[in-house]
Ligand binder design. Structure first.
Ligand SMILES: C[S@@+](CC[C@H](N)C(=O)[O-])C[C@H]1O[C@@H](n2cnc3c(N)ncnc32)[C@H](O)[C@@H]1O
Length: 378
């Protein structure tokens, strides 16, 4: 049997099997039976809970937004407080505040502590340790505005998308001329969320073996500073759009790294990258761009690196353990933004090989939903 016939018949078998499964799962009679039968009951309950979470996700998110805007996690950091105290401080009627606190407790953001008091829950406490999450939660109002009519978004019928305005370089032909007001909101958001990304990337790949690191699309320099701290001998270079580079220059100076760092402003789609580094990093940069621009970016990186030089890409990668929901999120997010897409390791490897990179490999990070690492050589 030819290979294509074998594949065709295995597809047919898979489709038939899944057709039977879907027929059963969509039957009300089967659903009633599965919920009643002791061996299938846990699966039926799990599936009902999964579906409920999908339906209720927006409500959960808004409970979180309310907690963030009312700074409940910060207020509870020093210890539990009575619902009435939080109500008075927040100018929210006591019954409404109690309802919010109970909702947040059921989502494990808070915890009931007895005597009408509430304290931090495991997820609320974790939020405090990662201020970048609260910044993303606030920023989501722009995403949700664009997603209010998802069909119009998918059909390209929303002319003025908030995310396209928020990320003005996406799809722009004049990214080099973006002013300070255009770049500072996203640069601040990236800076707030960078520590958890740096932790993943630097935990998975050691820059200590290198001499000079060029961080392309390096934002305000937060990643470069973190890398410079773990590898004190490393010379540092940063390249980003001119107004972003100016912010990075000030931040690197404030971090006491001005003497070992050089900062260059420009567009990686039009300008050549500075020479001299033996390793280049692209942190949360590739997924922002369509393939054509990624190929232009990789060509610029390759031209800047010496033979044997290393490229390190750090961003969430589709298909890694626990990233299914993250890929769904990024697909819609980047669609609203107007360029880019989440890519699998195979898709990235293909673009890297087409750009002349070799030895493409992936390095495990502790939490792939925050970032995975792909390394390639010139
Ligand atoms: C999503 S942010 C990531 C920033 C930083 N690497 C981080 O992880 O915090 C993408 C960065 O790429 C920069 N960028 C986008 N297009 C660019 C271009 N054509 N040339 C240079 N930098 C660009 C943006 O200004 C921004 O700082």
């Amino acid at each position: 049997m030819a290979r294509s016939d074998t594949m065709e018949s295995s597809f047919r078998f898979g489709d038939r099997w899944r057709g039977m499964r879907d027929f059963l799962l969509s039957s009300r009679r089967f659903q009633r039976w599965a919920a009643a039968f002791p061996l299938t009951r846990p699966i039926a309950r799990r599936r009902a809970a999964d579906l409920f979470d999908l339906c209720a996700g927006f409500v959960y998110s808004q409970v979180l937004v309310a907690c963030v805007r009312l700074r409940l996690f910060q207020q509870l950091q020093i210890g539990p407080l009575a619902a009435s105290t939080l109500a008075a401080r927040s100018q929210v009627p006591p019954e409404a505040m109690t309802m919010l606190l109970e909702a947040a407790a059921s989502l494990r953001l808070l915890e009931k502590r007895g005597g009408q008091r509430f304290g931090l829950g495991p997820l609320g406490a974790a939020m405090l340790g990662n201020p970048g999450i609260a910044a993303m939660v606030e920023h989501h109002s722009a995403l949700y505005a664009d997603l209010a009519d998802p069909i119009a978004l998918l059909r390209g019928e929303i002319a003025d998308r908030q995310l396209a305005r928020y990320w003005p370089y996406a799809g722009s032909e004049a990214e080099n001329h973006l002013g300070h007001d255009a770049i500072s909101p996203y640069t601040a958001l990236m800076s707030a969320s960078q520590p958890m990304v740096a932790e993943m990337v630097l935990g998975a790949y050691s820059f200590a073996r290198h001499r000079c690191l060029l961080d392309v699309g390096g934002g305000d320099g937060s990643f470069l500073i973190a890398a410079g701290r773990v590898a004190p001998h490393l010379r540092l270079q940063l390249f980003d759009l001119p107004e972003v580079a100016a912010i990075a220059h000030d931040k690197l100076t404030a971090a006491g790294m001005a003497a070992r760092a050089t900062v260059t402003g420009g567009s990686f789609l039009r300008d050549s990258l500075p020479r001299g580094a033996d390793v280049v990093s692209l942190i949360r940069v590739v997924h922002d761009h369509d393939d054509e621009n990624v190929l232009a970016l990789l060509a610029a990186v390759r031209a800047a690196l010496p033979a044997g030089g290393t490229l390190v890409i750090g961003e969430p990668i589709s298909g890694e353990a626990g990233t299914d929901a993250v890929s769904a999120y990024f697909s819609m997010y980047l669609h609203a933004m107007g360029s880019g897409r989440p890519r699998s390791f195979v898709a990235l490897r293909e673009l890297l090989r087409r750009s002349g990179f070799a030895d493409v490999g992936s390095h495990r990070t502790r939490i792939p939903m925050i970032a995975s690492v792909v390394v390639a050589r010139c």
